[in-house]
Structure formats: C-alpha cells, structure tokens
Design a protein around this ligand. Structure first.
Ligand code: OFO
Length: 179
C-alpha cells in the first residue's frame, strides 16, 4: 500500500476514535445537566464513530498495510450549554469531512483507486454526519434554552438506537480467520 495513503488512513482511524472520545465526553456532560436523552444520542454517536474507525482499520489490514495506533488527543469535557456542545460537534464533523476529502484527493493522486472507492462510503456518511449534528443545533436554537422545550427535545433524542452494522456483526460473530 502506498506509504502516504497508509499514513493518512491511519490518521483517519485516530480521528474517528477521537470523535468517539469527544462524543462520550459530550454524553457525560449531558448526563451531568440532567439530559439523559441527549446523553443517549451522543453515546450512540460515539458507537458509530468506533464503527467508522473499525471499518478503516479492517480496510488497512485487508490491503496488507499496517494499522498503527497513535495517542488519542484529550477532548474538552465542559461546554457552556447543550447548544455550545452541538455547535462544536457540527464544527468537528466539518473537519472530519475535510479530512476525508483530502485523503480521497491524495489517494487519487497516488493512483490508489481501491482506497478512492472505499472512501466513497465515508464521503456519503459525512453528509449525514453533518446534517444530523446541524439538525440538533437548529432544534436547540428553536428551543432557546426554555425548560419545557428542552425536555421535549430530550425525550426525542432518547429514541436514537444503534443497530450493529451487518458487516461488523458478521465479522465478530464469524470467529477466527474470517475476513
Ligand atoms: Fe466518523 O463521522 Fe463523525 O466524526
């Protein structure tokens, strides 16, 4: 596997795991201010991020590259309000999108076309990632910090569920040697 592309993919594994770390930090903050629905939504988001990292890690392995784990930066743990936290989440997702786009660009330049094809899933996923964070920002702006509106929103956020992606479930339950 092309060294520059491999380094960038390993960097993306780190960024996805940082995303999980950031969303767990935000989930903890939400629980601390009595918003269990927001907490759950963010816990599910963190699980999705672990899946994003897993999928990249597996791809690197399959391509016979070497997955190399780097230290994960400590995320912030405090925000002034749920709105501030979700604005930070939206800004973070925009950074993730830029990072994915840069790797697609690099992989195309280096003629790593399998990586270009693989990353299309992330390109599409980032549209959803940005849209879902932004939707929560807009809802929080509408609620305007009013207690009752926030409580209703919290109930809605609690409905988010995590379905273990088929590919991950199949890989884990297949046992040794399955690829
Ligand atoms: Fe992995 O998409 Fe969010 O960060």
């Amino acid at each position: 596997m092309n060294e520059k592309v491999l380094k960038a993919l390993n960097g993306q594994v780190n960024m996805e795991l940082y995303s999980a770390y950031l969303y767990y930090a935000m989930a903890g903050y939400m629980q601390s201010i009595n918003l269990p629905g927001f907490c759950r939504w963010l816990e599910v988001q963190a699980m999705e991020e672990v899946y994003h990292a897993f999928k990249l890690y597996r791809f690197i392995n399959e391509k016979r590259g070497r997955p190399v784990m780097q230290p994960i930066e400590g995320p912030p743990n405090e925000w002034a309000s749920p709105l501030e936290a979700f604005e930070a989440a939206f800004a973070h997702e925009q950074k993730v999108t830029a990072s994915i786009n840069n790797i697609v660009d690099l992989a195309a330049k280096e003629k790593e076309f399998a990586t270009v094809a693989f990353l299309q899933w992330y390109v599409a996923e980032q549209v959803e990632e940005e849209a879902s964070a932004d939707a929560v920002v807009q809802n929080l702006k509408m609620a305007g910090g009013a207690g009752q509106a926030l409580m209703m929103l919290d109930r809605e956020m609690a409905a988010r569920a995590f379905a273990i992606p088929q590919e991950m479930a199949a890989y884990v339950s297949a046992g040794g040697g399955a690829a």
